[in-house]
Design a protein around this ligand. Structure first.
Ligand SMILES: [Fe+2]
Ligand SMILES: [Fe+2]
Length: 187
């Protein structure tokens, strides 16, 4: 996350919705995994899946530790915005990724990889895609706008600072990310 990259700023402090750009980055990593499978290139598929797993861990940790408490403090309850559902969906998304790792490993152990083998995993990846779309569309429409609207410019600055600090500590805790040298080109 680099808020300096954003040119459009509100009161010189970017709105929290700028963090939603991370959703596209996560989608691109899923796409990398699925395109790797499509090309029967399991090294590429693994790179995409490892990147997705790592970045989802970081993204959801920031949302749960920094943003969720702000959302929970909002006075009005918001339709479709039960905080527990957001957390539950993070857990479901991570469990799906764990099953994809098991399935990918079974493909890596095959003596001969066929297109139907790869197709099966591509199809299973759609479960993640659908849940992720459902999850992020509610975050985009409900979660981020409600938090953003409740903060002053100074408070937003503090929240960005907390998000940056939490991101750094989460990445340090998780260790080195998988090598994603070409991720930016892929996006
Ligand atoms: Fe989320
Ligand atoms: Fe999110």
């Amino acid at each position: 996350m680099d808020m300096n990259k954003d040119q459009s700023k509100v009161d010189d402090v970017p709105g929290l919705e700028h963090f939603q750009g991370e959703h596209q980055r996560l989608e691109a990593l899923l796409e990398r995994y699925q395109c790797g499978l499509m090309a029967l290139d399991l090294a590429e598929a693994r790179m995409g899946l490892e990147g997705l797993s790592y970045e989802l861990e970081v993204h959801s940790a920031i949302e749960e530790a920094v943003l969720m408490p702000l959302f929970e403090q909002l006075e009005e309850s918001i339709e479709g915005g039960n905080p527990e559902f957001f957390k539950l969906e993070h857990t479901k998304l991570k469990k799906l990724i764990a099953t994809y790792f098991v399935e990918l490993k079974s493909l890596e152990q095959l003596e001969e990889l066929t297109r139907p083998d790869a197709l099966l995993l591509i199809e299973r990846g759609f479960t993640f895609k659908h849940l992720f779309d459902h999850h992020t569309s509610r975050e985009d429409k409900v979660f981020y706008p409600a938090i953003s609207a409740s903060l002053t410019s100074n408070e937003r600055r503090q929240v960005w600072g907390l998000m940056d600090a939490f991101e750094a500590s989460t990445r340090a805790e998780l260790g080195n990310p998988p090598s994603m040298g070409e991720v930016d080109n892929f996006i």
